[in-house]
Design a protein around this ligand. Sequence first.
Ligand code: MSP
Length: 588
Amino acid sequence: MLRIPAFRVLGRTGASKVSGARRCSSRPLGVGDDAGDARAFFTTPIFYVNAAPHIGHLYSALLADALCRHRRLRVPSATATRFSTGTDEHGLKIQQAAAAAGLAPSELCDRVSGQFQQLFREAGISSTDFIRTTEARHRTAVQHFWGVLKSRGLLYKGLYEGWYCASDECFLPEAKVARQPGPSGDLCPVSLESGHPVSWTKEENYIFRLSQFRDPLLRWLRGDPQTITPAPFYQAVLQWLEEELPDLSVSRRSSHLHWGIPVPDDDSQTIYVWLDALVNYLTVIGYPNAHFSSWWPTTSHIIGKDILKFHAIYWPALLLGAGLSPPHRIYVHSHWTVCGQKMSKSLGNVIDPRNCLDRYTVDGFRYFLLRQGVPNWDCDYYDEKVVKLLDSELADALGGLLNRCTASRINPSGIYPAFCTNCFPSEPGLVGPSVRVQAEDYALVNAVASLPKQVTDYYDNFQIYKALEAVSNCVRQTNGFVQRHAPWKLNWESPVDAPWLGTVLHVALECLRVFGTLLQPVTPSLADKLLSRLGVSATERGLAELYFLPRYYGHPCPFEGRRLGPETGLLFPRLDQSRAWLVKAHRT
Ligand code: MSP
């Protein structure tokens, strides 16, 4: 079959309103420069198992999942993309949580790690690896990594004295500690940043020569300002590097912390949980076996802002110390609050993601979190916001558009209709008195033609919410197009109406095909339903195959004349109705 270029290269702005005439580019614009066989390795943070998962955890995982799924649309080879997630199971925090629950640490770990695995399965997280830090493969990797640091003279034994926050598993300087009234009214020391209690620690530990790495870290960061995205987080890390960078204690007395990986050849000490946890990213790609190195340089970490210092300072320094390169990208997101408050067990406002998946459907809730979550800022969660967004964008705008263009009363033959080049000439100058196409219609074609490239750029900049906003704007424009030409008023029997009616539907279906393709990373089942309804086969859903409106550009369209898929149900049922029904059912 003739390979047709995917999208036209528009003028610089892509806004040359009625500029339908330019020929297509020979290169699909949805595919970035790094396409081909290049590998990519995405990671989520590994999640603490002291408590059940909440929507913030799911958000971290969804961001990584969407990036990864988008990447697979660009480079479909199954061996080109890896995606790891898992659970962080060692440390004082888990040791204490298990003791408080009256469980052995391993029991707590099995239970909560299982909850994360189940949630991620249900939410369609398409990870290729799930790692638990209590696995033997991980212990081997961590102890090997430790040995490399030791052999390079980067660990020494010294007296560590200072504040330790078990909830955050981190050491804090005096300046980062505040005093707050405790339950008995006495002032208790807490972390200024997180508000969690801290305790004074004085013990002999192994210490990592972190202070030696300030200049190499600065060189790494200045070499590529995209390394940490979005930019304000990059700036924050540069700012931290301006401050003092003391050496880092990387072990604890095992009499105090027994739930962890012992220091090789010194089991009086347990390896610091953050060193242990960070090495998970190497364990999953096979470290210390040699083949890990084919994945390592392509790593993109997706993390929350609270763990930026660990990933952007400690981890790259440890890697450099071990003779490895720092990560390729660190994508940072902010947090979800609930009705304006931080989510916390003590406030009792933790949102259980599994309830949300049940209530709003998997695709609905994925869409909500990724459409509303803006990495630069904290976002506030409340139920009404979910219902409003999903009803307006998925049920009404997108679902309504599909229904309008495929319903049997409008398209009784159930066939992807033909595009008539005389009705919609690609030279706007050819528009004659009998031609009904308008300037706004060319604007729509231009907008949808440039959408895949725009979406790809947004993904590359970790702006998935903007990618979804761009799709949503185009959906709105397409509804405007259909409304403008009111195909329900046209008659298939009329030789004057029929070619134009087919063209209107053809253009709208082509737009829907682009939307369905681009929505796959965020709403995989809904996109599948949409594309199946349009008759788009599994091999026609990648970005390289996304040739929008080829007939307009003078090429054959493989969909023209094809039978539409048989599934005619609603694409996404309105929630306000289903919720009203639920309430009613509950009352009776
Ligand atoms: N175990 C460490 C990570 C080690 S990675 C080598 C950890 N675990 S965590 O369970 O506390 O957090 C995991 C992720 O969830 C982090 O990216 C964190 O930012 C994210 N979130 C935790 N609460 C969140 C919100 N309220 N909102 C969004 N994300 C949040 O840190």
